[in-house]
Design a binder for this molecule. Structure first.
Ligand code: 13P
Ligand code: SF4
Length: 310
């Protein structure tokens, strides 16, 4: 038996014994996506975490995602295979600095992208994801000033789509800011028939070259529904695993980072492994924990998002 086969067998047995559900984001390693009970974007994963009847949630994603699951299901045990699987966007928005920023804008409503810590969510009025940000901002009263954090690229895109002016926190995802415009232009010349599909965390100069922009799930659906047979995909390449299965007949091209590096893979997402997944099911650690005062404050804006999302 290969080591992966043995790990898969152990995970399947432990999943049953623990009454656990394995949730995975599209940027996880293919072997983790293959063993998950559910794969999705941030919005879909938070809905699953809120509604599961499992006793244990194994979150194969990054820390803020597992934290969101714990906020929504505090009575469940939530484990993350590697507790150091963080996020550059969440790191870019320390809670104390964010508090000072809010104090400088007391009349603003605070909309925070789900890629932030529980302590930042606890200071927010409304949470959004890349899949519902435009729709949610459009639902806010027109005269209401809005502060948007922490992703400046998503924020600018929401401004353009909604026609609303937002006060932006200057955070960024270092993975999505790594794509090379030169490499993209070369690919477009080589494949003039290709459609460029991009995640809104990419920089504006790249989004300007995109034919379709959306969350990971929306990019997947678009690859299926578009008449195009070739796609240049501007997001973390983990998504190609599902895309290849959904549209095996289509050509999918990923874009290298600046200087041709392959730094378009999210190092945090890739910290989880089958072995760490087995270990966390066995030991029920590392667990996500937080103070109840933070959790309850962070829950309200997430519930508001879930209620306002179609
Ligand atoms: P999605 O919600 O689109 O899956 O994005 C999550 C993320 O971390 C993108 O970098
Ligand atoms: Fe965070 Fe970027 Fe990784 Fe997404 S891709 S988890 S935003 S560092």
């Amino acid at each position: 038996m290969s080591s992966d086969t043995a790990l898969v067998a152990a995970i399947n047995q432990l999943r049953q014994e623990r009454n656990a559900v394995i949730l995975a984001h599209y940027y996880q390693e293919p072997e983790i996506q293959d063993i998950a009970d559910f794969i999705g974007d941030s919005l879909e994963l938070s809905r699953k975490a809120a509604n599961t009847d499992a006793d244990v949630i194994v979150f194969c994603g990054v820390h803020f995602m597992a934290e969101t699951a714990k906020i929504l299901s505090p009575e469940k045990t939530v484990v993350l295979p590697d507790i150091d699987a963080g996020c550059s966007l969440a790191d870019d928005c320390p809670a104390d600095e964010f508090a000072s920023f809010r104090e400088r804008h007391p009349d603003h409503l605070v909309v925070s992208y789900i890629n932030c810590t529980a302590a930042v969510k606890a200071q927010s009025d409304l949470i959004c994801t890349s899949s519902n940000a435009v729709d949610l901002v459009k639902q806010l009263p027109e005269q209401q000033p809005v502060l948007f954090a922490p992703d400046r690229n998503l924020g600018r895109w929401v401004e353009r789509q909604s026609g609303r002016e937002l006060t932006l926190w200057p955070g960024r995802c270092f993975v999505h800011e790594t794509f090379s415009e030169e490499a993209l232009l070369k690919l477009k010349l080589e494949y003039p028939e290709a459609e460029v599909i991009a995640h809104p965390e990419c920089q504006e100069n790249l989004l300007d070259l995109a034919d379709f922009i959306g969350s990971t799930s929306k990019l997947l659906v678009h690859s299926e529904t578009s008449a195009s047979n070739t796609f240049i995909v501007l997001t973390e390449p983990g998504i190609l695993h599902q895309m290849k299965q959904r549209v095996p007949e289509k050509t999918l091209l990923d874009v290298p980072g600046l200087d041709g590096c392959s730094c378009n893979a999210c190092p945090y997402m890739r910290m989880n492994s089958l072995k760490k997944l087995r270990d966390c099911l066995e030991t029920l650690s590392p667990q996500i924990t937080m103070e109840e005062s933070i959790r309850s404050k962070a829950e309200a804006p997430i519930r508001r998002m879930l209620a306002m999302s179609k």
